[in-house]
Design a protein around this ligand. Sequence first.
Ligand SMILES: *Cc1c(COP(=O)(O)O)cnc(C)c1O
Length: 394
Amino acid sequence: MIPSLLPTYNRVDLAFEQGQGSWLFTAGGERYLDLAAGIAVNALGHANPDLVEVLTRQAARLWHISNLYTIPQQQQLADMLVDASFADTVFFTNSGTEACELAVKMARKYWHDKGQEGRTRIIGFEGSFHGRSSAGIAAAGGDKLTKGFGPLLPGFTHLPFGDLDGLTNALSEGDVAAVIIEPVQGEGGIRPVADDDLKAIRAACDAAGALLIFDEVQCGMGRTGKLFAHEWSGVSPDIMMVAKGIGGGFPLGAVLATEDAASGMVAGTHGSTYGGNPLACAVGAKVVEIINDPAFLEDVRRKSGLLRQKLEGLVASHPDVFDAVRGSGLMLGLVCKAPNTDVLTACYDAGVLCVPAADNVLRVLPALTIEDDDLNEALARLETAAKTIEGQGT
Ligand SMILES: *Cc1c(COP(=O)(O)O)cnc(C)c1O
């Protein structure tokens, strides 16, 4: 018999009743150190007092009003994001997937309105993830996401990760509307695109006149120690998808774009019932205010250095369990030698939460606000997990 919850998730048998900072508590009172942060969503930790305050204050005033009307919280957050980024304009969604939908529509509409109706192809990269909708799975490609869901949305092709020659060739065909890429692949196993490669991709898009879409749903919002991951490379996209961290746990996503890239999206071309509602935008504005503070981002970079050093030590002292550390900022991946699912189980037993990813990686994605003491405790618990694996003689 089918469970009453559609069984699409591989859930672990753990239920949490409460969270505080980087800690989660079960109903039975067991504590878990959270290095998953809801998959890079709880950027400011659990039950962050500033976010609780802004959410409850807004909840007592107005939850929802519809985009038929002016929403001051939405305007405020858009202004903040425009001030803080390459973008001239912002559309709010409820998720990263919805941000992908709009990014794809925006890129195609751009060329349509320029009189190049045939310019519809979107190029993505293998190992990427852009959400579970029809556009999201088509953009990412790969059997794991797409098998059985055909016919897929047409007009997407995929290149191996880092295939710059392939990109130049594809762009030379003249039918490419846009290139979509995560500056740091998340689900794909914490694979950062080298800064020089991002620069080369930008240059190739410029040479061919194609739009460049960055998917910063996972790597954005301070995760890498800059507000947006692409800032490290010095190049910016034409369109960018943001979600996860921007709501701190409240569902919120956004598409940021330049005036030119957004030029096709005139009144009536897109919309959302909930997207940018007062609750989400009140929380989002507080999240952006907190993260986009030079001192906050500096501290993320400091903690990132500390954590990375500790993880390198962990890998060095458990060479049968781990192979390497990679990533950027507080978006780190432990490349495992033992099966990552086994290591994850040992982590749960040791009271620490990580997230599996492709390429036999365990993601370490703590709250950006994690305390130094908790980083030390995290390492102690990861050590315990590694010893458990060693004891199993893998
Ligand atoms: C999570 C994720 C998405 C999809 O976001 P949802 O909010 O789950 O719809 C898209 N792109 C990337 C890079 C992600 O990590």
